[in-house]
Ligand binder design. Structure first.
Ligand code: UD1
Length: 451
């Protein structure tokens, strides 16, 4: 099967270069997706700026189009969404199955049309993606919820505000219930709500449309129902997860990277952990600078809801810790199967043992090149970071995952001094450690992705 393997497109990274310079990050994927879904609420055109050019956004746009909305892309990351022509309340399985965040359309459809039909999200590589808290919230607002032929159907003549306490501060449930409540009669209170910056951005977007959401950013959010929401022009907040990945790219290569244009408070859990490891962190205004330190210390982290350490930066931080001088522990409390990438890092020489939901990372002196496969978006980020610091030329497959979450990833890293390119391998490629000989590099067919 090697000849087939060799035909796949990969990221090819020549490791060992110190990254230096500054980058700006695009809008946040995890804000853009629910905001696009929330555009369903607007009676009028919604213009969104700083929408990241990633495939998850394309899938959400297709879901909106399948419902009857018109979505137009303008240069520079602007999307124009007109939902006045929505004729269907049923999202198609073929699209929903590609994107867990697609369940975000349920709340807005229910609020505006009194009916939403969305295939039950399946699991993904991170484990099952439950929506029980979303549904309990819809029921508390007065909707009837049933499961028919694999689709969740929520319907209501009218919705009425309610007092809802979430069992856990789920990002998706907070967002969906908030959106469902925007046009309910009376006031809804969500307790134990998620506090993520992307939840706040969604609340700000709703308010810009004429909604009345208060308390976002705290654990108690109130939503006063309004009769109508209007079209609006809105700019999405910067992506803290991309920003965190670039800062770690600076740190893991012993370099000096500044991320510009975002509130440093978005990244406190990461920058505290980086400082504890011996990196020098400088936050000022709307920029964060990290200067790496070759003698990095081990750090113990536990992922938790915001403002805790984000699960979406856990794999990247493990890559960083795999080169620390000592043993770190990393506990994952959000997603059950979030350590699936560890075997790929091990192929590069990392020493990581997983016991239940904890990874024990014993730092090694160096990482070495390998042919590896990204099993999900953030694991892809972790493998790229490891490759930047590794000796030799690493090839990373699974670009369909990396492209779901990282806009212009290799171009941005290249501006910081990385040697990284997208390549189609046209001859058999075998990992160096298996052959004991020099790797045969693929011919570069498409050095950079077209914009
Ligand atoms: C969102 C983010 C994801 C991030 C996660 C945690 C988007 C598109 N995705 O995902 O990148 O990693 O927040 O910050 O914004 N759960 C239930 N029942 C529910 C809902 C969730 O048991 O009804 C569980 C999930 O299975 C998971 C945990 O709660 O184990 C966290 O889920 P949630 O915060 O809802 O994450 P997502 O919204 O799926």
């Amino acid at each position: 099967m090697d000849h087939l393997d060799g035909l796949r497109t990969r990221l090819v990274v020549d490791g060992g270069r110190r990254l230096e310079g500054s980058v700006e990050v695009p809008g946040a994927k995890n804000a853009a997706l629910p905001i696009m879904a929330a555009a369903i609420l607007a009676e009028g055109e919604v213009v969104l700026h700083a929408v990241p050019r990633i495939t998850d956004v394309d899938v959400m746009a297709s879901i909106l189009e399948s419902l009857g909305a018109r979505v137009r892309e303008q240069p520079g990351g602007t999307l124009v969404i007109d939902t006045s022509s929505i004729a269907s309340h049923a999202a198609p399985y073929a699209l929903v199955s590609k994107l867990n965040a697609s369940f975000d359309v349920a709340g807005p459809l229910l609020a505006r049309f009194g009916r939403a039909q969305v295939p039950q999200p399946g699991g993904c590589v991170l484990g099952p993606r439950a929506v029980d808290l979303h549904l309990k919230g819809f029921e508390a607002l007065g909707a009837a919820v049933t499961l028919e032929h694999g689709s969740i159907i929520a319907s209501a003549e009218s919705l009425t505000g309610a007092d809802i306490t979430l069992d856990r501060p789920s990002v998706g449930a907070t967002e969906n219930i908030m959106l469902a409540a925007t046009r309910a009669k009376g006031t809804t209170t969500i307790r134990n709500a998620a506090r993520e910056p992307e939840v706040c951005d969604l609340a700000e977007f709703v308010n810009a449309m004429g909604g009345r959401v208060r308390g976002h950013g705290s654990s108690t959010i109130t939503i006063e129902g309004v009769r109508k929401l209007r079209g609006v022009e809105y700019t999405i907040i910067p992506d803290r997860l991309m920003a965190g990945t670039y800062l770690l790219a600076g740190a893991i290569t012993g370099g000096d990277v500044t991320v510009k244009g975002l509130d440093p408070a978005f990244l406190t859990a990461l920058t505290d952990a980086l400082s504890a490891s011996g990196a020098q962190v400088t936050a000022s205004g709307v920029s964060v600078r990290v200067q790496g330190n070759a003698a990095r210390k081990p750090v113990d982290i536990v992922t938790s809801p915001f403002p805790g350490f984000p699960t979406d930066l856990q794999p990247q931080f493990v890559a960083y810790l795999s080169l620390a001088h000592g043993t770190s522990t990393v506990e994952e409390t959000i997603f059950d199967a979030r350590f699936v990438y560890v075997s790929e890092l091990a192929r590069m020489g990392a020493d990581i043992r997983v016991a239940g939901r904890t990874a024990i990372v014993t730092g090694v002196e160096r990482l070495k090149d390998a042919v590896v496969e990204a099993p999900d978006i953030r694991a892809g980020g972790a493998l790229v970071l490891a490759a930047l610091a590794a000796e030799g030329t690493t090839q990373i497959g699974g670009l369909e995952f990396i492209d779901r979450g990282y806009e212009f990833f290799e171009e941005q890293l290249a501006t910081l001094g990385a040697s990284i390119a997208r390549a189609s391998a046209v001859e058999p490629v075998m990992p160096r450690q298996d052959l004991g000989e020099t790797i045969r590099m693929p011919r570069i067919v498409t050095p950079f992705r077209a914009s």
